[in-house]
Design a protein around this ligand. Structure first.
Ligand code: DX5
Ligand code: ZN
Length: 227
């Protein structure tokens, strides 16, 4: 099972009320493992969310650790700054990095866990060489850029391949995160494929009771998780 055998649920605030984020985060703080903070620069993806200054404010008022997901053009330069700012983990996109190995090292040396994210079109083989150096692998189950998209079931083969790769690698097990379209009706499929960390944005924040959704997501994932 994942890093400590637990299922991790990281709500994304991408579809939360940006004008009331402190309260939005506190709605799920008691039942979630981290807050997934999507940073979009309107270059790597056709959307913008937060600049670094605003991200720091969110990191500071969040009662939960921050799982930063950088959908930006220059992670090699920027990612270490997010690590330094107190994020628990910083995930960058393989497709945007110029030097993955150096960026992995720089995130770690600045005090954060490190994740590599891959887009749906990117095969697992692209990042296999880094699997023993990272703390988390993020398999995108939507095209990055927006919340509320449809879960891409065709990514489950990649998830199960990643799960067997992680299980046969040495050292601390890598967390296997799926990000995009995770809901009460899709999480079981992702857990069955071997994911143990789940990002859910619209499924959580479009509901009147976000905390209850997180709790239900956790139950569904626990019942379906397959090593
Ligand atoms: C999309 C982001 C996801 C998104 C998930 O580019 O990386 O984290 O916020 O939102 P839902 O759960 O609505 O797909
Ligand atoms: Zn994300």
């Amino acid at each position: 099972m994942g890093s400590d055998g637990r299922i991790l649920i990281n709500p994304s605030i991408l579809n939360a009320n940006f004008d009331d984020l402190e309260n939005e985060i506190s709605k799920v703080s008691a039942v979630s493992d981290a807050i997934h903070l999507d940073i979009m620069d309107n270059k790597f993806v056709p959307n913008f969310t937060f600049d670094f200054k605003r991200a720091i404010e969110i990191i500071e008022f969040s009662k939960l650790p921050i799982d930063a997901h950088l959908m930006i053009e220059d992670p090699d330069t920027i990612a270490p700054k997010y690590a330094q700012s107190g994020c628990k983990s910083v995930s960058f996109h393989f497709e945007a990095a110029k030097n993955c190995r150096q960026t992995i090292a720089d995130i770690k040396s600045n005090g954060a866990k490190v994740g590599i994210a891959i887009k749906p079109a990117t095969p697992l083989s692209a990042i296999e060489e880094f699997i023993d150096e990272i703390d988390m692998l993020v398999v995108m189950t939507v095209e990055p850029g927006f919340g509320g998209q449809t879960f891409m079931s065709d990514q489950m083969l990649k998830v199960s391949q990643a799960r067997s790769k992680i299980n046969s690698s040495k050292g601390e097990p890598v967390i296997l995160q799926v990000d995009g379209g995770i809901s009460l009706s899709t999480i079981a499929e992702a857990a069955l494929a071997g994911a143990n960390c789940f990002v859910a944005g619209s499924a959580v924040y479009k509901d009147a009771n976000p905390a209850q959704i997180v709790t239900k997501l956790r139950e569904l994932a626990k019942n379906s998780f397959n090593i």
